[in-house]
Design a protein around this ligand. Structure first.
Ligand code: SF4
Ligand code: SF4
Length: 95
């Protein structure tokens, strides 16, 4: 089975597993910062995963993460933890 691609869609904060997305738009509709939109792109299942506005200001509130029924989107803040512990962080994209 090929590795699932995880992509950062907003630097250091918001991550999307596009192939898990079912295009329900919950994350888009309920984001309090209105940083997401329904993209015109298709994933392999034929759904439209969310995109993010270039000037979006994600607050890392994690509401999208809580609402997503497919566990396809999540937020974190690696920059806040950069330089601590084992030095992990920095918002690297995972392939
Ligand atoms: S973490 Fe909060 S602000 Fe950021 S995209 Fe998700 S719902 Fe919107
Ligand atoms: S809530 Fe999850 S499944 Fe629904 S559109 Fe957003 S990322 Fe896709």
């Amino acid at each position: 089975m090929p590795a699932l691609q995880v992509c950062a869609i907003l630097e250091d904060k918001l991550y999307l597993k596009a192939e898990l997305c079912k295009g329900c738009s919950f994350c888009v509709e309920f984001c309090p910062k209105r940083v997401l939109f329904v993209s015109s792109a298709f994933n392999a299942k034929g759904y439209h995963p969310p995109g993010v506005y270039a000037d979006g200001k994600c607050s890392n509130c994690k509401l999208c993460e809580l609402l997503c029924p497919e566990f396809a989107i999540y937020s974190t803040d690696y920059s806040r933890n950069a330089g601590r512990g084992n030095g992990a962080g920095g918002g690297q994209e995972v392939q």
